[in-house]
Design a protein around this ligand. Structure first.
Ligand code: ASP
Ligand code: MG
Length: 479
């Protein structure tokens, strides 16, 4: 066991080295200072003190809070975060990039990709300004945070001085978009310290070891456990601020976990720390049975179980990132979805067992494309070709939201994306005819009633309908 721990410590310093090498010193506040104290993990008698332990009895029981971009999009949001955590202790807080920062960073990357430095610089500049205004407002005076300046300096350098090769697109995408979370957590950590909430900034690039895969990496939880616990174990503070959405690959480069991946980050932290609970603070009162913008009679659901939640997330309900539930379910950690605006409201709790949901649930997934695939040699056993089709789609990162097959056709409802036409080309080369119907949406109704069936599952706009006893899913032309 000691050998394993040493190996973990070594690989951690190797990782650290690569970061220094590639990006210079991490710029977060007090990222590398040694510290020891209240939070320190004590070794048991007779056990060599390795600086960390996997024995949860030695860790205080933590809660994990996650704040999304909308919750911290301005100074009021950051102050509100502070109010929410006011009398809390033993907290790990995961924060996303502020507001629409990630979208703007995607533009910075686009500039690099197209060789359009002007485009990159414009967006770096507007992000710099956006964050500077939030900082000034938080400190009630013109204020510079050197750590934030340093991050923007690095970002500008990556965006304008990188020798870009198309084969590295995803590496540079991840490197660039990660700055959103690095900046937001740096500001929030410094602000909380300034406001009297002592806390420690954690560099998740060094605590989450992910797959060697960019843009949609999974976290290697086992390998990350010692990295994260080791980082926390050294600290006097008991409030930690870490970035959602990012991690580090085995080769030391930055990875991201997929858009909206901060929920997943928080769940992995909760899993590793055996947290008492995880809370996602959102700009809604809790999980609703439908999107109130599309279905005005939507109501709130008090309790959900993990399985239903995965189904809902998969069908497109924007409750939570679909990858979030597994790490929580493995440790039976309850997930609270709570309103950012009012801490006293109960929100929705998601856990292993829950009272049955007694209202129908409607989920609308927009911007869908329906692909109908047929083997050109008209073979009737299309099933034999499924493996070819799906591995090809996987290559273009296209996931099927609904699958429907007949003797000669396979219909797939997929998210619209710029890879679709490339995938269609590849399918055609592989001997398939492909039809593409655009402007579709996928509606899932769980616990449908006769009335809902009449309203949504019939009519000429319905292209595909799949029903079980309780759930009907409809691919329909957008109205
Ligand atoms: N900032 C990232 C995004 O906008 C991650 C997240 O918000 O969860 O996709
Ligand atoms: Mg976001």
């Amino acid at each position: 066991a000691a050998g394993r721990k040493n190996a973990a410590a070594c690989s951690r310093s190797a990782l650290f080295f690569v970061f220094l090498h590639r990006f210079g010193m991490p710029a977060g506040p007090c990222a590398a200072e040694p510290c020891a104290g209240r939070f320190a993990l004590r070794a048991r008698p007779g056990v060599p003190d390795t600086g960390f332990s996997n024995d949860k009895a030695l860790l205080p029981i933590m809660k994990v809070y996650k704040f999304g971009g909308a919750s911290v999009r301005n100074a009021d949001g950051v102050r509100n975060l502070r109010k929410i955590i006011d009398d809390e202790q033993n907290l790990f807080i995961i924060v996303s990039a502020m507001g629409k920062t990630t979208n703007a960073l995607e533009k910075v990357f686009e500039g690099l990709q197209k060789g359009d430095k002007q485009l990159s610089l414009e967006h770096v500049e507007s992000l710099r300004k956006y964050h500077a205004e939030i900082i000034d407002e938080l400190w009630h005076e013109p204020k510079r945070l050197p750590a934030v300046d340093a991050l923007f300096g690095e970002l500008e350098k990556v965006a304008t001085e990188t020798v870009y090769k198309p084969g590295d697109a995803e590496l540079w995408y991840d490197t660039i978009v990660a700055y959103g979370e690095l900046v937001s957590t740096t500001i929030i950590s410094e602000y909380l310290n300034y406001a009297g909430v002592s806390n420690r900034w954690i560099d998740m690039r060094r605590c989450f070891l992910t797959e060697q895969r960019h843009k949609d990496a999974g976290v290697n939880i086992e390998a990350s456990a010692s990295l994260l616990k080791n980082a926390l174990g050294k600290c006097v503070e008991n409030i930690f601020i870490g970035q959602g959405f990012i991690g580090g690959a085995p080769d030391g480069t930055t990875t991201t976990l997929g858009r909206e991946g901060s929920d997943y980050s928080a769940a992995v932290v909760a899993n590793i720390l055996d947290a008492e609970s995880m809370s996602v603070w959102k700009d809604v009162d809790g999980v609703m049975n439908a999107d109130p913008k599309a279905f005005p009679d939507a109501v709130q659901i008090a309790e959900l179980n993990y399985l239903d939640t995965i189904e809902l997330a998969y069908s497109g309900a924007q409750i939570i990132h679909p990858k979030t539930i597994k790490p929580l379910q493995n440790k039976n950690i309850p997930l609270y979805v709570r309103p950012f605006g009012d801490k006293r409201k109960p929100g929705t709790v998601i856990r292993g067992m829950s009272a049955p949901v007694d209202v129908p649930i409607l989920i609308l997934k927009k911007d869908q494309v329906l692909l109908t695939i047929r083997s050109r040699d008209f073979s009737f056993v299309l099933e034999e070709k499924f493996a070819t089709i799906f591995s090809l789609l996987e290559r273009f990162r296209i996931k099927a939201n609904l699958i429907h097959n007949s003797a000669v056709n396979l219909s797939l409802c997929v998210d619209n994306s710029w890879h679709i036409d490339e995938a269609i080309e590849a399918l055609r080369e592989a001997g398939f005819d492909v039809m593409k119907a655009e402007n579709m949406e996928l509606l899932t109704v769980r616990g449908y009633t006769d009335e809902l069936w009449r309203r949504y599952a019939r009519g000429p706009q319905v292209f595909v309908r799949q029903a079980t006893q309780s759930t009907v899913r409809v691919v329909r032309k957008r109205e």
